[in-house]
Ligand binder design. Sequence first.
Ligand code: GLV
Ligand code: GLV
Length: 324
Amino acid sequence: EKKKIYITRKLPQAIYTKLADEFEVKMWDKEDQPVPREILMEEVKEIDGLFCLLTETIDREVIENAPRLKVIANMAVGYNNIDIDTATEKGIVVTNTPGVLTETTADLTFALLMATARRVIEASDYLRNGEWKTWSPMQLTGQDIHGATLGIIGMGRIGQALVKRAKGFDMNVAYYNRSRKPEIEEEMGIRYMGLEELLQQSDYVSLLIPYSPAVHHLIGKKELSLMKQSAILINTARGGIVDESALFNALKTGEIWAAGLDVFEVEPMLLDSPLLTLPNVVTLPHIGSASEKTRLKMADLAAENIIHVLNGGAPITAVNGRAK
Ligand code: GLV
Ligand code: GLV
């Protein structure tokens, strides 16, 4: 008897076929709408493998409804949408997609940094809205990127890939990470700083740590008040790391200069969010890893993880070690 899989979103045909060749597969057939919770709760009852996205909350209730489940493959590097402790307790392997999205996410992080610093979106709107009447000395002036100090919070794969880009732009790079990484400091020529010092010294602060309750609102009122008035905050990690209402106040009162955000406390971001009333915020709809090639690689890696585990092998990229 074939093992059963549920896929929570319509996937490209090649990935679907790869799984359907080996397993009995059901798939939520909408591309731009997540599977409703009640349907997910039903669909997981008999399955051996679950292919899901960061839009699904895989909590204890879902896991307990899936007594046969052996593997949860999240098509994302972050996995804060999954209750890892419960999965581990039930002997379920959870996998993510590290590595394949590192360079693509670093590209977008740098693009967002540049767009925010040089007011690219605002300037484009200015032209389209017919406000461009003349060239003038201080019109749409932003912040320099070259020669500035970039403070990176989190020095994992994406953080290191961002350092390479920053070095190409002659930036000075500092980082803060839970554990210090002396080899990387040496190899890449970057400085370690405590969080407070990094916030005080940096012209750009880039958040690249995974979300966990321990870093909820790591950047709040006090942290924002330590930053330079000319500083720019870039978040391409998870919305919950930043206290959005404190950020709104800091941007509104000029305590910091601007923010570039790809992630939000609530996603999709609500259109009545006060952040959208501010000209000094660049907002993107969580597209850090969104290149065609990378999204296909992520989907393929998630599928391969399911195939490996359900065929009795070791997962390729497990986040909870070898579950029992
Ligand atoms: C996207 O945010 C991811 O975690 O891959
Ligand atoms: C993600 O791949 C990270 O370690 O930054």
